[in-house]
Write a protein that binds this ligand. Sequence first.
Ligand code: FMN
Length: 321
Amino acid sequence: MKNKIYVAPMMDWTDRHCRYFMRLLSPGVFLYTEMVTANALHFGDAESLLRYDDSEHPVAVQLGGSDPVLMAEAAARAASSGYDEININVGCPSDRVQSGQFGACLMAQPDIVADCYSAMRSGIDIPVTVKTRIGIDDHDSDEFLTRFVDTLSAAGCRKFIVHARIAILDGLSPKENRTVPPLNYDRVYRLKEANPGLEIVLNGGISEIGHVEDVLKRVDGAMIGRQAYHHPYFLAELEHHMNPQVPLPGRRDVVEQMLPYIKRELAQGERLGRITRHMVGLFAGIPGARAWRRYISENAYRDGAGTEVLLEALDAMPVAA
Ligand SMILES: Cc1cc2nc3c(=O)[nH]c(=O)nc-3n(C[C@H](O)[C@H](O)[C@H](O)COP(=O)(O)O)c2cc1C
């Protein structure tokens, strides 16, 4: 399923620990980092912000910003760190992002995004892609999306990830902006029909295998966000369904495969709860899920907590799980 199924960029969720864990569940899924701003890379600890494990490939870094010079600098750093793709965030609606002039508000200024794209591409040889919405506020039409995509494709961009709902920039929180504006897949399908040469990945509300299959009949890829985070085993089931030669891993085996990684991270000063918080959904939907979740939530943040917490949490569950 390489290069067809994607895990969405999610701030505070798809950090490197989460991505390491997801990679154990699915060898083929394309992972995306949380958004990293070009400013943060310029002024902050770029090495730590761009850190990832080699096992994460294929992995894209998502960048936020609207200053071509800073975006080009960020792209160069990301490319030299070895990422497989760089994605520009033109979909995030938060206030903080609006004041920094990036995210979804940039859909109304495609020339700025195209300038960033061109500056980023010169000097690197990995793909630069764009994640966007189908519109913003009152701009909820095929024409508006087409104008945006045409401007970027004229600059050379070949791959677009489209979250199939508009963003309301005034009055809705980022969370509401992921549920309140209705999903409209047809807009994304029409975009693909009008641009058969572009790679179009649909995002938004995908939570079942059949759903993924339907989407893949119409566009080039499917990006999954909340379902992959809350029910990470879905990634394993999806991988196995699409690639039957990849065996379905046991949930307990995945926990055991996490242990050496966790030990290594703890030795470097990381706290157990920072890693295990991404694993609480592993048993979601099967008996023992609550016991697992509760044991980890109650014990992983204790001072000195180590990998024994995970083994004890496994013991707290029915053997069948
Ligand atoms: C906690 C959280 C954080 C998010 N952070 C980002 C982000 O950093 N960049 C981005 O482009 N989208 C972000 N999103 C939006 C997701 O990438 C995705 O577009 C959205 O959740 C819809 O997909 P889904 O219905 O499969 O979850 C975030 C979503 C969530 C739930």
